[in-house]
Design a protein around this ligand. Structure first.
Ligand code: PNW
Length: 474
């Protein structure tokens, strides 16, 4: 099918970029901030590549004005960031720390004064260490604490932030944090991971209610899921069953209770050897299923699975790091395959159709709920020229291809309101440390100087015109 000459997006479409607190802020010991589970984890030998930590990160805490100015110069009209819980409520309990809140108030005001819409995420993985010491997400109390924290931030910033998100990618928090252990807090307890998933769901539902009680009616409250596109290797019933299993553990475990008011029966059955789910109280399901004002989808790559009979040779290929512990409780009999095609530096196969598929699926699952692509992007080892320019044609091609499928989803009737590129700038890529660069803006880790890559200029052009420029237009 030939590409149309111009690919135009709706005038109100949000062209944003995303970051998260621990990945960019640094200043981890300033203004009363206490350690989060990521400080502890990154300071534990062997947990992150090169022993990298977010101690300094890209020093956004001190350079946020310059960073906002760069966004404005490029022409972005939205910015998705997260609030560091231990900066605002250091022990995870009690009153808020005013200086902590003030940082985010200044950041938001800076964005608004440049005409950039702030989209605030309350939790992007930096749980106060004290709450982990008390048991962390596997414990019900953590959900109650999160609702209180949400209310504090809502009270402080509700007058100026319209777009709110409770959790970012609870799948990663639960299953990479507590089952495979490649993310903080690095535990490898499959049963605890399922408990964590439930208490993250509960945290979302209770926080939605707390936010509604303090935010003005115009506020929009959402959640961002890394809803994964799960593909069976073949239509063989055994492969389809494997795909169902993984889809339940990737997606249904969150969208079931959030959108449909129940955990999928197939999930409860498939995990019965791991847990009896007795930590789910009757009342929880009503608390979790709160009407959403919007739904955020983060997309990078699909997952290809089969029954064990068709397992590939060699190490696991589920794209989730190199732990010998699986992030998929009760699924040792599922085989993971490398999806065919070109890959980014993460080893993640580039598959733009997956994003279209994901958007159309959630359009059906959440009818009437506006959708946002809250993360999409690629890591590449970018080429820095002698003239100080940074060229990343692969990233431009990646963004072009994925935005084109977003456009196709719009044409197919999906209500997509915006797109946030991951990430605004190079940053601390969790267990991979600074070795993987996702930014549209290059960061020199010696000087912390920022240089927009060619993709940033390309994306800015798209944002300013509301159309996709050709991949070679700069
Ligand atoms: C997301 N996986 O993380 C996060 O929201 C970002 O903070 C992160 O930098 C970005 O994607 C790129 O990795 C993910 O293993 C981490 O499936 C791991 C997975 C998915 C998303």
């Amino acid at each position: 099918m030939p590409e149309p000459m111009t690919v135009s997006f709706p005038p109100a479409f949000l062209w944003g970029a995303a970051t998260s607190a621990y990945q960019i802020e640094g200043a981890v010991r300033e203004d009363g901030r206490t350690p989060s589970i990521w400080d502890t984890f990154s300071h534990t030998p062997g947990r992150t590549a090169g022993g990298d930590t977010g101690d300094v990160a890209v020093d956004h805490y001190h350079r946020y004005r310059d960073d906002v100015a760069l966004m404005a110069e490029l022409g972005l009209n939205a910015y998705r960031f997260s609030v560091s819980w231990p900066r605002v409520q250091p022990t995870g309990r009690g009153p808020a720390v005013q200086v902590g809140l003030d940082f985010y108030r200044r950041l938001v005001d800076e964005l608004l004064s440049h005409g950039i819409k702030p989209a605030l995420t309350l939790y992007h993985w930096d749980l106060p260490q004290e709450l982990e010491d008390a048991g962390g997400w596997p414990e019900r109390d953590t959900a109650l604490r999160f609702a209180e924290y949400a209310q504090l931030v809502g009270e402080a910033l509700g007058d100026r932030v319209e777009q709110w998100t409770t959790l970012n990618e609870p799948w990663c928090s639960a299953f990479l944090g507590y089952s495979s252990g490649v993310h903080a807090p690095g535990r490898t307890e499959p049963q605890a991971a399922l408990r964590a998933a439930h208490h993250l769901n509960l945290a979302h539902g209770l926080a939605m209610q707390a936010l509604r009680s303090v935010l003005p009616a115009r506020a929009s409250v959402a959640v961002s899921l890394n809803s994964q596109v799960i593909r069976p290797l073949s239509q063989d019933p055994a492969d389809l069953a494997a795909a169902q299993r993984i889809d339940d553990l990737a997606n249904g475990v969150f969208h079931g209770p959030m959108l449909q008011g129940a955990y999928p029966a197939t999930l409860l059955e498939a995990t019965s050897s791991v847990t009896d789910w007795s930590f789910v109280l009757d009342k929880d399901l009503a608390d979790i299923k709160q009407p959403l004002d919007a739904l955020g989808l983060n997309y990078y790559t699909p997952v290809l699975v089969s029954s064990p009979e068709r397992a590939p040779e060699g190490p696991r290929a589920d794209g989730h790091g190199t732990s010998e512990h699986s992030p998929w409780p009760g699924s040792d009999d599922v085989a993971f395959h490398q999806t065919p095609g070109d890959r980014t530096e993460m080893g993640w196969t580039i598959d733009p159709d997956g994003l279209h598929e994901l958007i159309m699926r959630y359009s059906r699952l959440a009818p009437g709920v506006p959708l946002y692509v809250t993360e999409n992007g690629a890591a590449y080892p970018d080429k820095v020229d002698g003239d100080g320019r940074v060229h990343d044609p692969e990233r431009i091609a990646y963004l072009h291809a994925h935005l084109a499928t977003v456009h196709r989803a719009l044409a197919d009737g999906a209500d997509v309101r915006g797109y946030y590129l991951w990430s605004l700038m190079d940053n601390f890529e969790w267990a991979y440390g600074y070795a993987k660069r996702f930014g549209a803006i290059y960061v020199d880790y010696e000087t912390l100087e920022r240089t927009p890559k060619s993709s940033a200029h390309w994306y800015g052009k798209a944002a300013r015109s509301g159309q996709l420029p050709p991949v070679d237009a700069l």
